[in-house]
Design a protein around this ligand. Structure first.
Ligand code: FAD
Length: 446
């Protein structure tokens, strides 16, 4: 069986694929793999652009370990602590939480990933005060190479916890994840088109003045699309199951939402990208048009509906976390390179923001961060563009997203993370024989 990731940038032929239905099955599968001399990699939804999940050993798919285990109250924050099977998809988790009047504090751009896959690579959204999914993880259970199940948290096996909550699955297979949830909330979403110079000049004000701010910049266009989301209390129907109450809120704008979300963002983007692939000379005009095609709109909906989108157009991506203070310079350099070279790129840059975090390998570790996602349509070459962007990112101490394409190795990364050696020690203690490794993890962790 050949396994391929969503972006078709990584593939592998696992010796065996297993779908354990219980934690005991999972332990037995790991023990058997080790006995037979295989390495083991857990796979989530295969939505990493990097080869993080690829393996020629035993591939463990946790799609059957996706149950809600319990909801407790965190005595410290009063928030809910929700324990789920590690294979639960984010869209399933969002629904489970909504039915209980709860929500994840922040989310990325899509909801197809598993919770374990998303936290293991540092998946993030945007918002100067709202960090990544891994920053919300409060406990984990990890199945080690001996098949033993260990519960870890900041107070139980703290080093294992740190290395497991964002460690590409190199300490073992996560079987459950306990994540902090907040009371369900709505987002008032404001989508706009603004001149790029105004956005770059007023960036701090835009980012700090909003709960969640991000923007999309089609290469060389002079306008950008800005998304500003404001947290507001959930309406009374927010806990209703999907398809009932909260969908009504969008009903008045259902046609409009369909046009904006499906026609412009997906079908229109696909058409523009196919056109640009066939006729590269039109790309700058297409980009200038696409930048302004979005019609400003405001609507309010449950947080996860606003934050997560459908991405039907396949693309490749590298994304770096850079110190927030230098992001405007970084963007100007990328824009300059695109203008100088005339590289054919009909896909937008996506720019997001995050607070400093404390997970050892969080790309936002210890510093306020801006994320710059450099994307290319999957039928077009990406090599020169991504290489040029990486040079710009690494010159300012950028840290690559663990689940996206990049060329960095352990020597570079050790210089970017002050707890890198602590991570390596904890990983080596958890898995001295390298059972949970693959070529990608050996490159990035050494
Ligand atoms: C269209 C698209 C949009 C995206 N948007 C965003 C975004 O907005 N923000 C962002 O930060 N990222 C984004 N990503 C990247 C994505 O969130 C990450 O790559 C994420 O890791 C994918 O989750 P997954 O479940 O597919 O995991 P996989 O890609 O299958 O695996 C990722 C890693 O997690 C490990 N893993 C999986 N399950 C387990 C387990 N049970 N135990 C131990 N280790 C495990 C794997 O071994 C691997 O190392 C996007 C990707 C795509 C394709």
């Amino acid at each position: 069986m050949i396994w391929t990731n969503w972006a078709r940038t990584a593939s592998a032929t696992p010796a065996r694929q297993v779908h354990p239905a219980t934690e005991e099955d999972l332990s037995a599968a790991v023990r058997r793999a080790v006995r037979e001399g295989h390495t083991v990699r857990a796979v989530g939804a295969g939505h990493s652009f990097s080869a993080a999940a690829a393996t020629d050993g035993v591939q463990v798919d946790l799609d059957r370990l996706n149950a809600l285990h319990r909801v407790e109250r965190d005595p410290g924050t009063g928030n809910a602590l929700v324990t789920v099977g590690a294979g639960i998809r984010l869209h399933q988790l969002n629904r489970v939480l909504a039915e209980r009047g709860l929500a994840l504090q922040n989310l990325g751009d899509i909801d197809r990933q598993t919770i374990a896959g998303a936290v293991s690579t540092g998946t993030h959204g945007t918002g100067a005060r709202f960090g990544s999914l891994a920053s919300r993880v409060r406990a984990l259970t990890v199945v080690g190479a001996d098949g033993e199940v260990t519960r870890c948290s900041p107070t139980e096996h703290p080093d294992l916890f740190e290395a497991s909550r964002l460690g590409l699955g190199t300490t073992g297979v996560l079987s459950t994840v306990t994540v902090e949830a907040v009371p369900a909330f709505d987002l008032c979403a404001q989508e706009d088109v603004q001149p790029v110079e105004r956005v770059l000049d007023e960036l701090d004000h835009l980012v700090d003045g909003a709960d969640h701010f991000e923007f999309f910049w089609f290469p060389t266009a002079r306008h950008v699309q800005t998304l500003t989301n404001t947290r507001v209390p959930a309406r009374a129907d927010a806990g209703a199951p999907a398809g009932a109450g909260h969908r009504v809120r969008r009903a008045a704008t259902a046609v409009r939402a369909f046009v904006d979300d499906e026609v412009l963002s997906n079908a229109g983007l696909e058409l523009a990208n196919r056109t640009a692939t066939a006729f590269p000379a039109v790309t700058p005009r297409l980009n200038a048009f696409a930048a302004q095609a979005l019609r400003p709109r405001t609507y309010t909906a449950p947080s996860y509906e606003v934050l997560c989108n459908r991405r039907r157009v396949r693309f490749r991506e590298t994304e770096y976390a850079v110190p927030r203070a230098v992001v405007v310079d970084v963007l100007r350099e990328i824009d300059g390179w695109l203008r100088r070279t005339g590289e054919n790129v009909p896909f937008p840059l996506e720019i997001r923001f995050a607070p400093a975090e404390d997970a050892w390998l969080s790309t936002a570790y210890g510093r306020e961060t801006a994320y710059v996602a450099v994307q290319q349509y999957w039928r077009l070459p990406y090599g020169r563009y991504f290489d040029a962007a990486e040079q710009i990112f690494t010159a300012v101490g950028g840290r690559p997203h663990w689940g996206k394409m990049h060329t960095r190795d352990a020597a570079y990364l050790a210089g970017q993370y002050s707890r890198f050696e602590d991570f390596r020690r904890a990983r080596a203690a958890a898995d001295p024989d390298g059972v949970f490794t693959n070529p990608y993890t050996r490159r990035v962790f050494g």
